[in-house]
Design a protein around this ligand. Structure first.
Ligand code: NZQ
Ligand code: ZN
Length: 385
């Protein structure tokens, strides 16, 4: 196992009815800006519950944060928060609202153009407003991590950044708030969480049985519970299990002491910014191809994945790996998420522009061995067709 430091300060309030606890979690004298997306939290009553929990505190609202949150929109929130002298942020929504709120939290006190955070992996963040979240879409893990992904449309950049100052102070995870998710978003969430685990697991062995078995447990849980959430949308236990699995998938715990490979995510971000695919749709397309192209580097782990996650204990090595890759694809497809570029109307002729984007964004040495060059990314993309 590699050396590591682990600290995750986010307090989790899990379960039905927990929004009410924000009444005591957020400072009584805070002036709170509630941030939200396109309106789902208004329609399903979540916003009303949040307002009730905040009681007599002064509240400002900023809605309209879009999926794959956009810099220009977030800067309008920053302006409003500065004008109103807001002291605390409360994100109510999915990963996009939470990510956007992280950007806003760091940008409010920043002098200069905060776009630098996004282009330089969080550089320049020396302070941030405190914030809490109410999660309505289990997927990204943003509710318990310090990362965010922000897009600038004009320049076609969708980039991740992080800072230890961007952990939420408190996150409410109430599974009943996910009941109104459309099937597409339920499936997206399962796929995103699954790929987060894979990208911290499917690398090379470093003798890390604790991390491995946590990761395998999360994958098995998502494989078992994902289809149930689509079949029985109001099953509390299923929603609770998926919600906790998605949070655990990217809160740092399974990442400690092990190599990681974010190739699939980085290629996926370019597909979203150029072609508008949902984040998880990009991952469902790219992951099976990454597994195939990087098969030799990942051989030991692919075999472990085949044997322990897909139960392929009787097959010979090559066949077990082939089957594990095809089971992964079938799992995504079974949730209704297409796994080929053609499934989203994207032709192979689109590939050179995606590779150019990767180069422009410095994504030229991806993977656990920094060996995924633009040429290898191109091979991966060709297999996605
Ligand atoms: O905008 P509203 O009206 O709220 O509707 C949203 C949105 O249209 C809807 N939704 C959310 N909760 C709902 C609901 N609809 C009905 N009922 C509910 N309870 O779902 C749609 C998608 O929401 P979004 O927040 O965009 O989805 P997700 O949580 O998948 O977030 C995706 C973003 O997170 C980034 C992605 O790149 C993408 O920008 N990621 C962030 C990460 C992180 N911070 O660690 C890691 C991830 O890898 C990911 O990159
Ligand atoms: Zn993701």
């Amino acid at each position: 196992m590699q050396n590591f430091t682990f600290q995750n300060p986010t307090k989790i309030l899990f379960g039905e009815g927990q929004i009410a606890a924000l009444a005591t979690e957020i400072p009584a004298d805070a002036k709170v800006m509630i941030t939200y997306g396109g309106g789902s939290v208004k329609h399903n009553g979540t916003l009303d519950e949040v307002r009730a929990a905040l009681g007599t505190r002064k509240v400002v609202e900023f809605g309209g944060i879009e999926p794959n949150p956009i810099y220009e929109t977030l800067m309008r929130a920053v302006e409003l928060a500065r004008e109103e002298k807001v002291s605390y942020l409360l994100a109510v929504g999915g990963g996009s609202v939470i990510d956007g709120t992280k950007f806003i939290a760091a940008a409010i006190p920043f002098r200069g153009d905060p776009w630098i955070f996004v282009t330089q992996w969080g550089a320049g963040i020396t302070t941030a407003l405190p914030f809490a979240t109410v999660l309505t879409l289990p997927a990204t893990g943003s509710e318990m991590n310090s990362g965010a992904v922000v897009t600038r449309k004009a320049t076609q950049d969708k980039l991740p950044f992080m800072s230890p100052l961007l952990f939420p102070q408190v996150s409410v995870l109430d599974p009943t708030k996910t009941y109104t998710l459309p099937p597409r978003q339920i499936a997206n969430g399962v796929v995103d969480a699954f790929v987060h685990v894979i990208e911290q697991y499917l690398t090379y062995p470093v003798n890390s049985p604790v991390q491995d078995r946590f990761a395998e447990g999360l994958l098995l849980t998502l494989i078992e519970e994902g289809p149930k959430a689509l079949a029985q949308p109001r099953d509390y236990a299923v929603r609770a299990n998926i919600m906790w699995a998605a949070t655990m998938a990217l809160n740092g715990l399974i990442a400690v002491g092990v190599p990681m490979d974010w190739t699939t995510h980085m290629i996926g971000h370019e597909l979203t910014v150029l072609h508008g695919l949902d984040h998880a749709q990009t991952l469902a397309v790219v992951l099976p191809a990454t597994m195939t192209v990087c098969r030799e580097a990942k051989r030991d782990r692919l075999l472990q994945y085949a044997r322990r996650v897909w139960g392929l204990t009787d097959l010979p090595e090559e066949q077990a790996i082939d089957t594990a890759i095809s089971r992964t694809r079938s799992f995504f497809e079974s949730l209704g998420v297409a796994t080929r570029l053609t499934g989203y109307g994207i032709a192979a002729s689109a590939i050179p522009a995606i590779v150019t984007q990767l180069k422009r964004h410095g994504m030229v040495a991806l993977g656990e061995h920094h060996a995924v060059t633009p040429e290898i990314s191109e091979q991966i993309l060709k297999l996605c067709a």
